[in-house]
Design a binder for this molecule. Sequence first.
Ligand code: MLT
Length: 260
Amino acid sequence: MMKIIINDIHLGFDLLGEVEPPIVLIHGFGLDRSIWRPLASSQLDNQMVILPDLRGHGESDAPKGPYRMSLLADDLAFLLEALGIKKAIVCGHSMGGYVALAFADQYPKMLAGLGLITTNANADLDDKRAGRYELMEETREKGAMAVADNLAPRLSYDQAVVNQAHQLISSTNPEGLDGALAGMAVRPDRTALLLEIRVPSLVVAGEADRITELNEAKAMAEALPEGQFLGIRGVGHMPMAEAPETLGEGLRTLITRVMR
Ligand code: MLT
């Protein structure tokens, strides 16, 4: 477990393994880096893996938002620079995928490969954005439990995964949840960017995901010049917890493609 000061905040992260290329695994909204640890240790052997806690989450500071995806991408770039890493495979889960796309946009020279896991490249539609502002209000009144109760039951069909996510979200700093909701609400559409990302890319969908559209995931894989699609049957929004072996194999294949 480590902490570093970058971009004026303390950022929590894990640095595991030694084998290059380095791979970054970014958690989703309300979660933290612990969600990736079992997959990283069981599936990625001695690979160099960086697990950041996004600002507002886990052990990272939660200053006032909004946390624009561009700011979260800056945090990641500063972290990699501080670790002496010039290039990495950057993979993000859900909101972490929005951050990975912002990173691809802002730091293309630092991108060796891209993983988009149960996420999308669109901006919010009006009703989704309105829902985020309502949830921000509710979080100000009721705290993190408002987000945990809203989000966790939709993440998975596996009750143990739901319980773990509920526990993580409900212990997240409400200021952090507020900042992330505000940042996601104003994120730009990045579908046109996909056409410009010329590194090996993997798009992963849970075929039973209630949050992310399967068709949108397939369209992203088609738009990416080096995109590959992995659909995982019977899995919801949390493949790192629901199907770690299948996702691990997908990530190992991505690493091999980057090394070619
Ligand atoms: C996530 O799991 O990170 C969020 O559900 C993403 C979102 O709300 O768009």
